[in-house]
Write a protein that binds this ligand. Structure first.
Ligand SMILES: CC(C)(COP(=O)(O)OP(=O)(O)OC[C@H]1O[C@@H](n2cnc3c(N)ncnc32)[C@H](O)[C@@H]1OP(=O)(O)O)[C@@H](O)C(=O)NCCC(=O)NCCS
Length: 219
């Protein structure tokens, strides 16, 4: 099975909403088609999806240079084995993530993987992509909020060097739960980059991921 990470497109929105409802069942309001569509057109926000690769599709994306810098970033491929998958009608989205960038900060607003696809390295693949993109977009730090009780997500973030830097009291309106504010150190610093590359390599060894740097040629 092959997975790729690529920018979210309008046609992905219904599946992203499905994933969001499954991952955050108590959250309200959920993103709507209109709100996500608006986000996709916002210059400050970025959304990416991890999907089962449709044959030939990555070539289409690779050649799509008319959509600006964001679409030229080197998207990631994850090969979990070499079995040949028949082409599908549409990409099956297994997870997605969103972040915004402002001045030198990138802020992760959402990351979620379909329940049935968890613990397969896909959340990590999405986070690697977010960090990689943030570095390319010249952000200096990445911040996020996470529920105090969400130990799985916190473990993922800690693995990539995020540290707890504060608490937002009663941040979540559904149950009044506090949010832990987490931040990286400077993502362009040597220690962060060294750690990032080590973790990325370990992920590649475990899951067979490979970077595709074709996009960099045109940047
Ligand atoms: C958080 C989430 C995205 C992780 O995705 P995933 O694909 O299952 O995670 P991965 O398989 O890539 O795991 C990567 C790392 O995350 C951590 N992790 C993931 N799930 C974990 C769990 N259930 N318990 C403890 N650690 C966990 C581990 O450090 C893991 O590394 P390891 O495999 O070396 O132990 C997923 O659990 C999810 O979608 N949760 C619901 C939505 C959510 O809470 N999003 C975060 C909002 S702040």
């Amino acid at each position: 099975m092959t997975y790729i990470v690529r920018p979210m497109r309008g046609e992905d929105i219904p599946q992203a909403i499905e994933i969001d409802r499954e991952a955050f069942p108590t959250q309200w309001p959920h993103p709507s088609y209109t709100s996500l569509k608006r986000e996709l057109h916002n210059q400050l926000t970025r959304y990416i999806v991890a999907c089962k690769q449709r044959r030939g599709r990555s070539e289409t994306i690779r050649q799509d240079t008319s959509r600006g810098f964001w679409y030229k970033l080197p998207w990631l491929k994850l090969f979990t084995n070499n079995s040949q998958q028949p082409p599908t009608i549409e990409d099956y989205i297994v997870g997605y993530a969103g972040f915004w960038t402002m001045v030198d900060e990138a802020h992760l607003t959402t990351i979620a993987v379909r329940d049935a696809y968890r613990r397969r390295g896909l959340g990590e693949l999405l986070l690697i992509s977010v960090i990689h993109s943030a570095i390319q977009l010249k952000a200096q730090i990445i911040t996020l909020e996470v529920r105090l009780s969400n130990k799985a997500a916190q473990a993922l973030y800690e693995k990539y060097g995020f540290k707890a830097v504060g608490l937002r009291r009663s941040y979540y309106s559904d149950n009044g739960e506090d949010a832990l504010l987490m931040s990286t150190d400077t993502i362009t610093s040597v220690p962060f980059q060294t750690h990032f590359h080590q973790q990325r390599q370990a992920h590649a060894q475990k899951w067979g991921e490979a970077f595709d740097y074709t996009f960099l040629a045109g940047v």
